[in-house]
Design a protein around this ligand. Sequence first.
Ligand code: TRP
Ligand code: ZN
Length: 881
Amino acid sequence: MRDPNPQPVLLKDYAPPPYLIDRVELDVDVREPWATVHARLAVRRNPGSKDTGRTLVLDGEHIELLSVAIDGRALAASEYKVDAQNLRLESVPDAFTLETRVRFDPWKNTRLEGFYATKDGLFTQCEAQGFRCITYFVDRPDVMAKYLVTLHADKERFPRLLANGNLVASGDEEGARHWARWEDPFPKPCYLYAMVAAKLDLLEGSFTTRSGKNALLQVYVEPGKVDQAGFTLHALKKAMQWDESVFGLELDLDRFMIVAVGDFNMGAMENKGLNIFNTKYVLARPDTATDMDYYLIDRVVAHEYFHNWTGNRVTCRDWFQLSLKEGLTVFRDQEYGADEYSRAVARIQDVRKLREVQFAEDAGPMAHPVRPDTYVEINNFYTPTVYDKGAEVVRMIHTIIGKAAFRRGMDLYFERHDGQAVTCDDFVRAMEDAAKVDLTQFRRWYSQSGTPVVACRGEYDATAQKYTLTVKQSCPPTAGQPEKLPFHIPMAVGLVAADGADMALRLEGEPRAQGTNRVLDVREAEQRFVFVDVPSMPVPSLLRGFSAPVVLRSDWSDADLTHLMAYDSDAFNRWEAGDVLATRIILAGVKAIQAGNVPEIPAAYIDAIGRVLVNAARDPAFAAECLALPAESFLAEQMDVADPDAIHVMRKRVIRILATRYRTRFEGAFRHFSVPGAYSPDAGAAGRRALRNAALAYLMELDDSTARALTFLEYRRAENMTDTMAALQCLANSSGAERERALGMFFEKWKDEALVVDKWFRVQATSELAGAIDRVQALLKHPAFTLANPNRARSLLFAFARANPVHFHAADGSGYRFVAEQVVALDALNPQIASGLARSFDRWKKYDAARQGHARAALESIRTRDALSNDVREVVDRALA
Ligand code: TRP
Ligand code: ZN
């Protein structure tokens, strides 16, 4: 048993490890039901440690110790202590070889952490602390070693034997078995360890790096699925090319492998030279994967590949520094996406997600800084804050110092820290030194949690031709942080004239105007910026490109917003103006509904959407974003007491009014933006499909027989999964007879394609039709459903709890009770996935007293279970605190 009352780990307690391990030799023998691991570790005292004790404490969990030896001498049981978490050796020499033999059963490992079996073979997941489930080790990222690994297994069942680095030898052995030996030339933390023993098909390619090295690229997938691996190989090559040209970073290995596995806790893992991926981010064929799937594969492949430098060559000193690698690598994959697709659309999608998910996290019980200072279970801190807000923090540095200085900063970072395990502060210092700027105040972005609020007020003085922008910042209190100091906020701004043109920007005291788009350094709680030579009253365009992760408040009129929608030279802010206006209208409508009044929708907004449709051909993908109303979850966050029913009703009312008003234009767009020829997931074609399918969704909101017939016809004629799913989703939300027919046809056709079956569950779990919870409960019993597969659990349970707010927040508490039961059921199998689901309750205090009562009872019902994992316990304790 693990400690039932684990102590939090604190950043301020960090101390270097008393012992280092320089070299690891593993011999892994797979014989069902056991995996037996023989480890030889070269251990020595750490000269950098102040600890003078002679005790070596190794981590080990879920493994059975068979023997221990020091320098070849087997230890008697009295010479060591072993419990459920550690192996302790007293009075060890200054330098020695430690040998251990352990065994465990990978077929019983439902946690999918460590070494675990799936239908095609055995796979590892070691980040953050899974290596200790494979062998006894000092499992922390500042212990870096070189690895030599030999794998043995049955040749017929496990024809592929893979580990990090290069294959150095292999052969057959008795009993129809074989072996393979791999050597990784680079020292690495153990969380980057990986091995695979499985039956897999292989797609190969090659890439010549810019210094002329020829690298072998391999994508391993489940037997029979090589026809779905091509895009991943293509994406890998594009990512390699991009990292060379943008950051001058080359692959440092002779071989780079990607292995896809259907049972996987997260998206993918950057193990050195042997990335292991969730099949969701590898497998794609036009008829099985949507445009969004292709796009995400591209981004995730790039993300994991980019980790080879930002994460692997330079790694994290401790897990509080997680954003050092994740924030930076997300920033890099965002930039890759922006370069490969549409920069504006990529930014809109990233910001939408940040505001829907990370801002909510910052406002809830799990709020933590980008560099947390405490955790109970590190797996709970792979969060939107660490990843996505972390990327925004890197992006702000990029905005403040500029592209060229940022590149110099990256070069300096690698020059200083290659091969080291470092901190977020080391990264910031490299940027400071390369750009010769002072980021002292900026560092608060790493230590203070919460989303800052920036309130702007503009005043125009026609006589003096001056425009004064007053900027006030504040940050709401968050757990453990009642008060905050002002942030250094880069605020990109422009002033838009009545004719739509950008004005030249000259601040008081400057000799001349400096462009039409500039970054203001906001550093004070309140600060004024005076623009001179302003010939007429402007509309301010603030926070262009979303230059900082803040909530912006400004006193724009509806007319100011429609002006920005039409003219802002910053595409992000053109979209943003529409989003702000739509939010305003829906929230006002919610109030009206609550008061028993009929909500109104300003004509100016309806006209502005009409113009979006008229101009859609200029950039269909962008138009599709402008047509997508703010999400219900986002709207709920904007209210003091969220009213999920009124939000749902009002949001749909806006859609229906627009659909009625522009029926002909939507029908026209649906016909006009069809994409002839062979399917391609490129930005242009995907953008046309996005617009066309947005039009279809509007039309279906009319829910009349014409719209249903059109959608059903579309469902039947669609030749790619993007169009198929768009139509199916519409039908799943309609009560017509077409619904059951389409869902039935879909399952019959795709029942053997796991990722497509996930889509089938998801589309039903997110249906807004009455009775959702009963249908979800029935689907739990469907033969294709299993809690043991994370993708499947996500497709039904997470989809319901996160993407079906009107039913999850059902007034009678049925949604909460159901999800709480499933958290408990999942926890017995896979704590990481269970705690992810438990986080659906994060925002329970946003709702009315009756809902709060139901949510509290649901949370209590989880907490009173014994044998709860640390993962779920931490989330539930914080929610109830
Ligand atoms: N480091 C991985 C990434 O972001 C994510 C990761 C962390 C992960 N822990 C995991 C993936 C556990 C799978 C399972 O790229
Ligand atoms: Zn990552």
